[in-house]
Structure formats: structure tokens, C-alpha cells
Write a protein that binds this ligand. Structure first.
Ligand code: SAH
Length: 427
């Protein structure tokens, strides 16, 4: 009976690479002979990777699927901390291209057996001698496993030029190491049936190479002309949204600030009007227990954060009758009509109480700089606080004409707030 693999063998090969990436966290990864980009599509989720490149001689294959590498809506909603550039090239692994030098990891999954032996020699020179990645993963069929497939006549694929025994693979790999300064470990995926593993080995044999000596390598043979070699054709290039991009950073920060400011406003209004009622908390439907608990844990955590900030707000309101910089909240006076009141949430509170706001902005003055002039954020005149309408309902009514509503009133009131140097100085 033919051995079957679960998960399928091609998935196990890709999983082997993914496990390596998880352990070693390479920043620059190139997949040689990437075909229809399936390994790259999984690798792009690994947030340590900053440059992800695919190369295949068959440009049509790459073009067919490369658009699936584009960012998804979640990549915009939760942008990465570090940048990610994905580039796809049409080119041959037997030719040098300067853009492929200096990678942390190069993968060659079921590629070399598609090359003639003369081209395997070129591949060795180009990959290990010129590109000099810190690590290389090479997988190729193990011909000793083939007799376990009784219906297989010849090679596993019509385009294969050879299939090596473990000894043949080892002999090639050790020569590569000797010529180019690497060490190699042998392993594989696709286990043989019980009792036969030792005799036949893995279905796909794998060599994991590590460059000796570490650090930057400049091969003397290629160093001089490295800049001139651009033999590959760029087919696709995509920069992912990341917090390195100032526009993206600003958008995420504004969402975070408005979210927490609104939580604080709501909490404070509820406390002030005595409307707070935990009976409103949604209850789980039957069968949703686990998800509900997870959600309610998150909810509790947020509640604790808002409660801490709000508790201080209440205390300040009680302790300080005058409007001053140290207060967490103030309204523009009880004598004003309810509909014209607004709540001011000092940036110093948002910055010191909500770690993500602090992490995104870096400093209080930077927070103010990033929020200033943003169309979705109304700052007090001295720029020290975010202004929100006292009641949610008013936002609907006032949206069209903010300037003559509670915001304008609040701006007037904010004259009584300490000058900006004072609140900024004690950061
Ligand atoms: N690595 C992929 C596909 C392996 S099939 C996977 O794991 O599924 C081998 C691939 O190597 C094919 O897409 C083929 O077009 C490509 N290939 C063959 N010769 C090549 C060469 N000289 N340079 C780059 N790619 C090559």
C-alpha cells in the first residue's frame, strides 16, 4: 500500500520553513523557485520579516498568483510595527542579481532537481558563493523512498532531471560547505511506515545550511561588480502599511485616542448623572460561554483602565473646584445649558494611562503634534486636551457645524487652563 502523508507532503515542507522562521526570526527571506507564491503567502504573516522576496524562472506562474500577496484589510486596521516589503522577480537561480545578496534566509524547496547537474553547480556558486545568505534550506526528493510508491516509474515529476539518494545529497551538500564556508544538518519530512524509516529515510530530504563565521560577508570574487548585476526582472513590489509610515501611525493613534477619550467621557457622564448600570452588560447566548468569557476578560481589563482614569477624574473634580491643568475632566460650567457643555480629556491623562497611546506617540509633546490639525480630533485652544461633546446625541446634531456648538464654548473656557508649557514641561 502506498504511503500517504497527513498533512500533505508539500504542506509539511512549507511548515518546516515556517517553524524555522518562528525559531530564528529572519528579517530578510527569499524563496527561490517560488512558483505560485504559496510559501510566501504564509510567510508574510510573520511579523519579524521585513523583506520577503520570491524568484522563479517562470514569470507567468508568479504573475498568476502574486496579487494574493497584497495587504488585506486587517493589515490596514492593525498595521505592523516594522515595515514589510514584498518583491517578486522573474529570474534564474543560476544567475546573479545584486538585489538578492545579504539575506538572512534563502529557501529552495523542491527546486534543485529541476536543474541539470551543470546548473546545480551554478546554483551552488550563485546561492552560497554570491548571495551568501546566513541560512539556506534546501529540500529535494529522496530517491531511496521511491520504491515505497509501487506505481511510480521513473522520477516523481516529468521535469525532474535527477533524484538523489541520501548519500548523493550529502556529498553535494558537504562540498558546498567546504567551498563556501557553511555547515549543514540533514533532516526531512514525510516519514516512512513504521520500521522502515532508517532504511529509506524521509520522503523529502532537507539540508539546513548555516554560514560559518556570521557577520557580513563580501565574497572577494563578486564584491567589486556586485552593484552592477541586475539580471532579474521585477514583477511585483508592495510595501505593507506599517507604523514606520507617519500617515499610518497618525491614523492608528487618532483611532486609539478617540476610543479611550470616548470611554472616559461616557464613564464620567454616567457617574455624574448616576446612570451607570452594570445590568446593561450583555450576557452570553447559550453555547457562547468561552468566547463570552474571553470577551468579558478583555472588557474587564478595559473597564479597569477607564475606571482608574475616571476615579482620578472624580477625585479631581471633588478636590479642585477651579478649572486647572491637573484635572482630568472639566465641563464648561454648570450654568451652561446641558446641550452646550462639553468634556475635555487632557492629553496627559491619555498619555499616562493608556500604554498604547504612549507607545505610539513616544512623548506627550509628540502626541499633541500628531493630533494637531487632524480633521477627526478637536483639541482645546492650548492643545492640551481632546474635546468631546458632553452627550453623544449632540455629536449627531452638531456634526455639520462644530465651530458654533459646544466646542466653541469649550475653547473659550479653555483660556482658564494653564499655559501649555506647564502641562508639557512635567512629562
Ligand atoms: N518551491 C515551490 C515549487 C517547486 S516546483 C514549492 O515548494 O511548491 C519548482 C519551481 O522551480 C518551478 O516553479 C520552476 O518554474 C522553478 N524553477 C525551475 N528552474 C528554475 C531556475 N533556474 N531558476 C528559478 N526557478 C526555477
Amino acid at each position: 500500500m502506498e504511503p500517504t502523508f497527513s498533512p500533505p507532503l508539500h504542506r509539511q515542507r512549507h511548515q518546516f520553513v515556517i517553524d524555522f522562521v518562528k525559531r530564528n526570526k529572519p528579517k530578510k527571506v527569499v524563496d527561490l523557485g517560488c512558483s505560485e507564491c504559496s510559501l510566501l503567502k504564509q510567510l508574510k504573516f510573520h511579523r519579524e520579516i521585513e523583506l520577503l522576496v520570491g524568484v522563479d524562472i517562470d514569470g507567468a506562474k508568479v504573475k498568476k498568483k502574486m496579487h494574493g500577496l497584497a495587504p488585506m484589510s486587517t493589515d490596514y486596521l492593525q498595521p505592523r510595527d516594522d515595515q514589510l516589503l514584498i518583491e517578486m522577480y522573474q529570474g534564474s537561480v543560476t544567475q546573479r542579481d545584486a538585489r538578492l545578496r545579504g539575506f538572512d534566509l534563502a529557501t529552495s524547496i523542491e527546486l534543485i532537481e529541476h536543474l541539470t547537474l551543470a546548473d546545480v553547480e551554478r546554483f551552488s556558486e550563485v546561492v552560497f558563493g554570491y548571495m551568501t545568505p546566513a541560512a539556506v534550506i534546501v529540500s529535494t526528493p529522496n530517491s531511496e523512498f521511491n520504491p515505497l510508491f509501487p506505481r511510480l516509474a521513473g522520477f516523481r515529476h516529468s521535469d525532474h532531471k535527477f533524484e538523489w539518494t541520501r548519500a548523493e545529497f550529502k556529498s553535494w551538500a558537504l562540498k558546498v560547505c567546504e567551498d563556501h564556508g557553511y555547515e549543514v544538518e540533514f533532516t526531512g519530512v514525510g516519514r516512512a511506515p513504521p520500521g522502515q524509516q532508517e532504511r529509506v529515510g524521509f520522503c523529502s530530504q532537507i539540508g539546513v545550511f548555516h554560514r560559518l563565521g556570521g557577520g557580513e560577508v563580501c565574497n572577494l570574487l563578486f564584491c567589486d561588480d556586485a552593484d552592477d548585476v541586475f539580471s532579474y526582472t521585477l514583477l511585483y513590489s508592495k510595501n505593507y502599511p506599517s507604523l514606520h509610515d507617519n500617515n499610518v501611525l497618525r491614523r492608528v493613534l487618532v483611532m486609539e485616542v478617540l476610543y479611550w477619550a470616548e470611554q472616559l467621557r461616557r464613564r464620567w457622564v454616567e457617574e455624574e448623572t448616576g446612570q451607570r448600570d452594570d445590568a446593561d452588560t450583555p450576557r452570553p447566548a447559550e453555547g457562547d460561554g468561552e468566547e463570552y468569557h474571553r470577551a468579558s476578560e478583555q472588557h474587564l481589563e478595559m473597564e479597569e483602565q477607564t475606571a482608574a482614569a475616571c476615579g482620578a477624574a472624580m477625585k479631581n473634580l471633588v478636590e479642585h473646584q477651579d478649572v486647572e491643568a491637573g484635572e482630568l475632566f472639566w465641563t464648561d460650567g454648570q450654568e451652561q445649558q446641558e446641550s452646550r457643555r462639553c468634556v475635555s480629556v487632557p492629553l496627559s491623562v491619555l498619555w499616562s494611562r493608556f500604554p498604547k497611546v504612549a507607545a505610539l506617540s513616544g512623548s506627550l509633546s509628540n502626541l499633541r503634534r500628531l493630533l494637531m490639525d487632524h480633521p477627526d480630533v478637536k483639541l482645546s485652544q492650548d492643545g492640551s486636551a481632546v474635546l468631546l461633546n458632553y452627550q453623544e446625541q449632540e455629536e449627531e446634531e452638531d456634526r455639520g457645524d462644530l465651530e458654533d456648538s459646544g466646542y466653541a464654548e469649550a475653547s473659550q473656557c479653555s483660556h482658564s487652563v494653564e499655559p501649555e508649557e506647564d502641562w508639557d514641561a512635567d512629562v
